[in-house]
Design a binder for this molecule. Sequence first.
Ligand SMILES: NC(=O)c1ccc[n+]([C@@H]2O[C@H](COP(=O)([O-])OP(=O)(O)OC[C@H]3O[C@@H](n4cnc5c(N)ncnc54)[C@H](O)[C@@H]3O)[C@@H](O)[C@H]2O)c1
Length: 280
Amino acid sequence: MGKYTGKVIAITGAANGIGRELAIQYAKKGAKLSLSDIDAKNLESLVAELKGTEIVTAVFDVGNYEDMEAYAKKTYDTFGTVDIFYNNAGVAVVGNIWEQSLKDWKWAFDTNVMGVVHGIKSFVPRMIEQDKECRIINTASVAGLLVSPNSPVYVSSKHAAVTLTEVLNLQLQLAGAKVRASALCPGFVVSDLHNSDRHRPQELQNDPNKDPYYQSEDYKTKAQIMEQSVTGGMATDKAVEIIIKAVEDDEFFIMTHPEYKPIIEMRMKNILEQNRPSAI
Ligand SMILES: NC(=O)c1ccc[n+]([C@@H]2O[C@H](COP(=O)([O-])OP(=O)(O)OC[C@H]3O[C@@H](n4cnc5c(N)ncnc54)[C@H](O)[C@@H]3O)[C@@H](O)[C@H]2O)c1
C-alpha cells in the first residue's frame, strides 16, 4: 500500500513536462489518475507507460469550458471523488508588448487564465460537495510573482493566475469549504514550454508574412532566451518532488526556486516605496 493508494489525482496538461512527471510520480505512489491534455498522442504514450495504474483520460483544449465540464463529469463518474486537482495546462509566448499580435494575447489568456478559471468552475463545486479535505493546485509561475521583460503576455497571464488563486483561497475559507487552494509558482523547469506553439490553434497562429515582427531579431532573441531558460532549467523529476512535498505541507505559494525570492522582494519594495522598476 502506497501513501496515495486509493487517492485520485486529476491533472490537465498531463501529456508532457511537469504534468507528465506529476502523473508518473503519483502513479508510483499508488494513486488513481484522471489525465487530460490537448495532445492525444503523448497522452496515449503516457497511459501505455503507466500500465497497471487505474487511469481515465480526456483529450480537449482547456480554453473550452464545455469540454472541461465533460472532463470533470467523466472523472467523477469514474472515481466518484478527486483528492488533488492540478490545473496545470499552460503555454508560453514571447515578444515586445507593442509589437505582439492580439492572437498571442487571446491564445495565452484562453489557456493560462480561462483554462484555470474553467478548471475551477468545473471541479471546485464538485470538490466542495464531496465534503472532505482535498486540494486544487493552480499552476501559475514565478513569472506571476515578479516582472521580467521577455514575455509580457505570459507574465501577465501568470499574474492573473496567482491573483485569482489568492482570491479563491480566501473565498474557500470564508465558505468553510474543505477544499484548499494553492498557487504553483515554479522557476524554469526542463519541459517543452518553449515549443508551446506546437498546439496553437490554426486560427490563432501568427502569419510572419503579414506580421514581420515574428521574423525580427528582437523576436528571435526573446524566443532563444525562453528556449535556453527552459532547457537549462531544473530537472523535471526534481521539481515535481519539490511540488508534491509542498502540496503535502499545505504551502500556498509553491516555489521550486528560492533563489528568485530577492527579485520578488525587490518588486514588493518598489511597490511599497513607489519606485520606478529598473530593467537594468
Ligand atoms: N517549465 C517551466 O519552466 C515552467 C515554469 C513556470 C511555470 N510553468 C507552467 O507549468 C505548466 C506546465 O508546463 P510545462 O513546462 O510542463 O510545459 P509543456 O509544454 O512541456 O507541457 C504543457 C502541457 O500542456 C498541454 N497543453 C497546452 N495547451 C493546452 C490546452 N490549451 N489544453 C490542454 N492542454 C494543453 C501540452 O500539450 C503539454 O502536454 C504551464 O502552466 C506552465 O506555464 C512551467
